[in-house]
Design a protein around this ligand. Sequence first.
Ligand SMILES: *Cc1c(COP(=O)(O)O)cnc(C)c1O
Length: 357
Amino acid sequence: MKRVHNFNAGPCVLPKAAINATIEALRDFSGTGMSVIEVSHRSKEWQAVMDETEMLWKEILNIPDGYKVLFLGGGASLQFLMVPMNFLEKKAAYLETGVWAKKALKEAKGIGEVVCVASSADTTYNYIPKGYAIPTDADYFHITTNNTIYGTEIREDMDCPIPLIADMSSDIMSRPVDVSKYTLIYGGAQKNVGPAGVTFAIVKEEALGKMSRYLPTMLDYRTHVENGSMFNTPPVFSILVMNETLKWLKSIGGLKVMQQMNEEKSSMLYNEIDRNSMFVGTAEKASRSVMNICWIMADGYKDKEELFMAFAKERGMVGIKGHRSVGGFRASLYNACPKESVGALVACMQEFEKLNK
Ligand SMILES: *Cc1c(COP(=O)(O)O)cnc(C)c1O
């Protein structure tokens, strides 16, 4: 197999160990003589995977008692609707830090009153707004911790006077998180904890069941809490890969180690962007993401964008084209992206500068 450096934004690079274990389970799952995609989800072998996956979440993320980890369908995009349905009685507050945040806000508007406390839309979301006031009479405050498209990130668990809800699709499991500060954390698995097809939701149980509206069965978190995420047939394949990805994460030492590795990788690339006179970072420095690194050609070199893209492609770089709404380049350095790949990208940028400046 040809080796490439995979910087895709999601779906994205996954640990080799997880992929190899998945291949084995596709052949013969847990000694059952069947593929994992053939077994009954009611079998004891499958139940063991469900139980272990929730345990791994709780252990790795140090989730306190009183929270359930759910595995759902519909992507983070369906959570944009499930959140207000389950938590918005009168009014909700949102921080608009990108198009994902904006999409979440739009769904909430269909359910009730929404206050947008601050937005960085004026500068194409290249920073995280500060100094805004959170209305204390709102039912919850919704944030997007990592803005995948713009490369900005809220990297601290804020103190919030009202229930805090976070879309952590693209930075979950990249650092330790104080889960007790959140009422709900959700995201699509395909950025940092698995393949597409499964959505995680870490929910504080005591916060559920407070709405006066009718909740459709599948959109009620309680349905999934009560049925251990198996009210209907779960996405077994995606959950299995997630399970193997979490096992890998645990084996390398967990989130403190992961955080250090991630900071090391992102520093390598940011240092090169800041040093290299042909490139310039797009996110404000104080808001820079550790997961998605965005940059463009510097003034005077704008006409070299396609040239660099082709140059990098020739050297095995995959997925470094910036999102169509911002242009330029983006490298996603998720957990499973090896340091060697970042080193190769940095070397490629240095070589390009030598040849083209
Ligand atoms: C990718 C992404 C989403 C959308 O996730 P889906 O699972 O495709 O619905 C939402 N929020 C953030 C921050 C993302 O990065």
